[in-house]
Design a protein around this ligand. Structure first.
Ligand code: COA
Length: 326
């Protein structure tokens, strides 16, 4: 009988640009306050990429750290997937740019654009490649320079986001790794959180940044996010025949502390079993889950053998989860 193959995390890495922007810094040029931002979102600061520092640069640092942790060299990679909604260029994909930087030429490499759910979507694709026998070693990255598409005069959005990247190396293994992944989307809600310009729809030459900016109806997004995450968490437990108390760690997308707390409550999880980085990173979109995962592993909180529930929600809308034994 052939043994089942799982995609198992062999190593993780992450990277944050060195420049930090605090809430007080923001309050100097937009009508907001540390008190408002902290109370509504839990965010105290975020990192901002330096001029000329790109999504691929961030991805490269996170990826090399993950590969080092996994003991994997570039020539061993069979697949590179980058979750991003802020690619360096329209094409080639950031995954191809990263592949060249790593010296991993030859393997498949592509981007996945699912906004803040990009890492969960990318992890899902890589898991299928490994389980299906099409790859033995895969690099999955979530990397973003979201601050490049913010309208810094719009206090309802510019206080929320930051830049950063996280990465995992997955290896085929007979030991349990990723147990299940669950993806969803609802394109009919696109206008609640979007960036309404592009190559084919056209840019707006008369507007600042050619119209490139995040538009969001925050309170609606909040409600949809809580509901969607509740439902995907239930779906994940049910698909694996698990009780909510079986989960060792919740590693959520870091958009808003109140959304994270709502999901933790649903799982009856005390907050000390939930990885929180939103206070220091803000919302780094597809970078957020792998950043939180890497931090939790490197700090020694997450241990081998533990059961982790990863989840994310983002523009599209998109949302999803991954249940894995680390
Ligand atoms: N500083 C100070 N005041 C602000 C502000 C800021 N940065 N942003 C908005 N406000 C004001 C609004 O203008 C409004 O003022 P008004 O009552 O005089 O009209 C008031 O605060 C309340 O705005 P509202 O949007 O209803 O606040 P909220 O409680 O919904 O909080 C968010 C706003 C954005 C923090 C919250 O809706 C949220 O986090 N939504 C989810 C966003 C998200 O996570 N997106 C990414 C998903 S991946």
């Amino acid at each position: 009988m052939t043994q089942q193959v799982f995609a198992r995390i062999a190593g993780t890495g992450s990277y944050l640009p060195s420049k930090v922007l605090t809430n007080d810094d923001l309050a100097r040029f937009v009508d907001t306050s540390d008190e408002w931002i902290s109370a509504r979102t839990g965010i105290r600061q975020r990192h901002v990429a330096a001029e000329g520092e790109t999504t691929c640069d961030l991805a490269y640092h996170a990826a090399t750290r993950a590969m080092e942790a996994a003991g994997v060299t570039a020539d061993e990679l069979d697949l590179i997937v980058v979750g991003t909604t802020t690619p360096d260029l329209i094409f080639p994909s950031t995954a191809c740019l990263l592949q060249a930087r790593l010296g991993a030429s030859g393997c498949g490499a592509f981007d996945v654009n699912a906004a803040c759910s990009g890492f969960i979507y990318g992890l899902t694709v890589a898991d299928k490649f490994i389980r299906g026998g099409n790859a033995r070693t895969a690099l999955v990255v979530g990397s973003e320079t979201l601050t490049r598409m913010l309208d810094w005069s719009d206090r309802s959005t510019c206080v929320l986001f930051g830049d950063g990247a996280g990465a995992v190396v997955l290896k085929a293994d007979h030991e349990t790794g990723i147990l299940s992944t669950h993806l969803h989307a609802d394109g009919a809600k696109k206008e609640l959180l979007w960036n309404p310009v592009g190559v084919s729809a056209g840019f707006k030459p008369g507007e600042p940044n050619a119209g490139v900016r995040v538009l969001m109806t925050g309170n609606e997004v909040f409600k949809h996010a809580v509901k969607a995450l509740d439902s995907v968490v239930e779906e994940t437990l049910e698909a694996n025949g698990l009780d909510r108390h079986d989960i060792d760690w919740l590693i959520p997308h870091q958009a808003n502390l109140r959304i994270i707390e709502a999901t933790a409550k649903r799982l009856d999880m005390p907050m000390d079993r939930v990885i929180v980085t939103v206070d220091r990173h803000g919302n780094t979109s597809s970078g957020s889950v792998p950043l939180a995962l890497d931090e939790a592993i490197r700090s020694g909180r997450v241990q081998r053998g533990q059961l982790l529930l990863l989840e994310a929600f983002g523009g599209g809308f998109t949302w999803g989860s991954a249940l894995l034994r680390y």
